[in-house]
Design a protein around this ligand. Structure first.
Ligand code: DGY
Length: 361
């Protein structure tokens, strides 16, 4: 564990190496404890390292719950998740502990939608399978019936979870002349439906009608195993299922069985139920394209995520409103109770240099 920050530099924890430019920003203004291991920090180490910190940048494998927040101590101001998904963060627990929580939405929207579309195409057109065939030096010759896949253009794209990434995928689908269906617990305004020519369907109808089904929901108790054996059974035998959201949204054993028995055509998976472990049956399914959680993995997007995470961190530590808060109610409640805010006297209190943590809100 590091000693408390010196010379007014707040102590912060970063649980994995991020793009260097963002780490340099943190280093310039904070006492940074950086975990440099390849995988996730072990739980006992995470709890020890977060003790005494003013802020933490966490990753999807780091569980932020009462235990984490107790271990951190009352001085913790903000936890920033380096991801748009935040199923690893107990936001209510953060609020109870008076800790701001944030994530990194928007900057990864287009890149993640690209990944979903790439998986649709790779799975439908058997790209990874063809690559494996050649690498294995299997004898082949062009043939009218060789490795036939499914068309993408002018087919029906069913999007489950019609938020930012789902809509960005819809835009890609429109470019391919696809018909867009969606399912979401929140119906977007009519102009959003019009923009994408998107039609709402209940879940079963969407699964029955779609040639491609792409998942873009948060992981919650309601969405865990949303795609189960019964739902797979009503999909078309020619359908392709794509998941760039969170693994547990699909019952992976049921999916592996459906793929093995060709009850659906193929799947493109970026995320896994017991990540980083991939269900062993999926490993042997030729019709599963599997990639290691690469949804937002481009040089630019990972840098943008890191800079947004640092913006959130600095704001939370300095007492400014973080740009992408997950518990805005906590902030609003504090604001309403702060007499200095009302007359505009509150500013950053940590004396961090200009260009470092930033100025007044
Ligand atoms: C996200 O941003 O949620 C990605 O899946 C990385 O965890």
């Amino acid at each position: 564990m590091e000693p408390p920050g010196s010379a007014g530099r707040p102590p912060v924890l970063v649980t994995r190496r991020l793009p260097q430019e963002a780490l340099d920003r943190v280093q310039a203004s904070c006492e940074m404890t950086l975990y440099e291991g390849d995988g996730a920090m072990r739980r006992d180490r995470l709890l020890a390292e977060v003790a005494g910190k003013a802020g933490a940048i966490t990753l999807v494998a780091d569980r932020v719950d009462d235990e984490f927040l107790d271990a951190a101590g009352a001085q913790l101001k903000i936890v920033v998740n380096y991801a748009v998904g935040f199923d690893n963060i107990d936001v209510d627990a953060c609020t109870r502990h008076g800790v701001l929580a944030s994530n990194t939405p928007e900057v990864l929207t287009e890149t993640t939608a690209d990944t979903a579309f790439a998986l649709m195409m790779a799975a439908a057109r058997r790209i990874a399978e063809g690559d494996r065939l050649l690498r294995a030096q299997t004898p082949w010759i062009w043939g009218p019936l060789m490795m036939l896949g499914q068309d993408i253009h002018h087919k029906t794209l069913g999007i489950i979870g019609f938020g930012r990434i789902g809509q960005a995928l819809a835009r890609r689908g429109l470019g391919f002349g696809m018909r867009v269906l969606y399912h979401d617990v929140h119906r977007p305004p009519a102009e959003v439906e019009r923009e994408f020519g998107a039609q709402y369907r209940d879940l079963d109808d969407l699964l029955r009608e779609s040639d491609f089904v792409s998942l873009h929901t948060n992981l919650t108790e309601q969405t865990r195993h949303l795609i189960n054996a019964e739902h797979l059974a009503i999909m078309k035998p020619t359908a392709v299922l794509v998941n760039t959201s969170r693994g547990p949204v699909i019952d992976e054993a049921a999916l592996a069985a459906a793929l093995r028995e060709n009850r659906i055509f193929a799947a493109g998976l970026d995320v896994f139920e017991h990540e980083p472990i991939v269900h062993p049956d999926l490993l042997t399914c030729e019709n599963a394209v599997i990639v290691p959680h690469l949804g937002s993995a481009t040089v630019q997007t990972r840098l943008d995520m890191a800079n947004l995470a640092v913006d959130n961190l600095f704001a939370g530590i300095e007492g400014r409103r973080p740009p992408t808060l997950l518990n805005p109610g906590l902030w609003d409640q504090r604001e309403s109770q702060d007499p200095f805010r009302a007359i505009g006297l509150r500013c950053g209190t940590l004396g961090i240099a200009p260009g470092g943590i930033g100025g007044c809100a």
